[in-house]
Write a protein that binds this ligand. Structure first.
Ligand SMILES: [Zn+2]
Length: 150
């Protein structure tokens, strides 16, 4: 999928905590080994018990629009050609307390509404600072792909 925002818009800076999320092509969340809390965005410690023993927890990538904003005033000159664009908060089906910020990238589907079903898709872009391609999670509306769906 093409980038929703311009090709020269800023990219995430990779570190040990977020590398999986931005490169794996999966919704790689964090799970606390001590108490089981699943959290996002990645942190150095568990938000519930402050343990530093965290492991990967993959989400299925299905959810609903929890909230969104339509940006009409560009934050900078690079975004001037992209307005209006959306920034959405997605609530995951399998981890409902986890909400992920992203863009819903299907303008042909009509106006966004809170509660609409979305599924994750990935935009692959070269990382200018490493040899690893970035795989940025984004969202499109639609029902989750079931086990028999193609
Ligand atoms: Zn914990």
């Amino acid at each position: 999928m093409d980038r929703y925002l311009p090709e020269d818009w800023i990219l995430p800076a990779l570190d040990d905590g977020n590398r999986d999320f931005f490169t794996s092509g999966r919704l790689a969340l964090q799970r606390c080994v001590e108490c089981g809390t699943v959290q996002h965005p990645p942190e150095d410690v568990c938000r519930s018990c402050q343990s530093q023993r965290l492991e990967a927890a993959e989400a299925e990538g299905n959810g609903r629009i929890y909230s969104f904003s339509i940006v009409h005033h560009p934050l900078g000159p690079k975004l001037a050609g992209s307005v209006p664009y959306n920034v959405a908060l997605i609530q995951l089906d399998d981890h409902p307390h986890v909400r992920i910020v992203g863009n819903v990238c299907d303008p042909d589907e009509g106006p966004l509404e809170i509660g609409q079903r979305v599924r994750a898709v990935w935009t692959t872009v070269p990382d200018p600072h490493s040899d690893e391609p970035l795989r940025l999670p984004q969202w499109v509306r639609g029902e989750p792909a079931g086990p028999q769906a193609e």
